[in-house]
Design a protein around this ligand. Structure first.
Ligand code: SF4
Ligand code: SF4
Length: 182
């Protein structure tokens, strides 16, 4: 998808259109505790996304490294919910498979979402299994840790789904439907 289409898609996601209000003052980047390990600070990230280089923005680690501390959000003079934009970028990146090479967090993000949608709650064992399918090479390397946790009884293999899982799934479907029309 072209940059223009990606930007349009971002603007449709919850919180994504907040990016249009940015005046590039830099307060967010100056306040961010994670900026030193980000490829770009939030200000530059938003400039790239709005300025026709959204693929560069998506291929940066910035929005994956964001710790959702909300410090930037409370300081932004335009009242922009910056953390929501970071979440919108994550969703777009996962949907379009556009994220930095070697970045594992998107796989974890997907595995978490699928596990919760299937069982109505988190199961570490199921999460790890789903994650292993998505990142087999990395998982083989870290397999020893999973085995250790299992042997120490720290991984519950059996997961009890929510008692009323069907109602939960209906709530999730409704939320997705509302999101599509909003
Ligand atoms: S603080 Fe707000 S207005 Fe300023 S650069 Fe960051 S997002 Fe844009
Ligand atoms: S919410 Fe994210 S971008 Fe904002 S200050 Fe915290 S770590 Fe930085």
């Amino acid at each position: 998808m072209e940059s223009k289409g990606l930007l349009q898609e971002l603007l449709q996601l919850p919180g994504g259109n907040q990016i249009l209000k940015c005046i590039q003052c830099g307060t967010c980047s100056g306040s961010c505790p994670m900026v030193d390990v980000m490829d770009y600070g939030p200000r530059r990230l938003f400039a790239l996304a709005k300025g026709g280089s959204i693929k560069d923005a998506l291929n940066s680690n910035t929005y994956w490294v964001c710790a959702s501390c909300y410090f930037c959000t409370v300081r932004c003079p335009r009242g922009i919910k910056i953390t929501d934009i970071m979440y919108a970028l994550k969703r777009l990146a996962v949907k379009e498979r556009l994220f930095p090479k070697g970045e594992k967090t998107p796989y974890l993000y997907e595995a978490f979402k699928e596990t919760v949608e299937s069982y109505g709650r988190l199961s570490e064992a199921k999460l790890m299994r789903k994650f292993a399918f998505k990142d087999p090479v990395g998982s083989v390397k870290k397999g020893g840790l999973g085995l250790k946790l299992l042997l120490k009884g720290r991984l519950e293999l059996k997961v009890e789904p929510l008692r009323d899982l069907e109602s939960f799934k209906r709530v999730v479907e409704k939320a997705k439907e509302l999101e599509r029309v909003s």
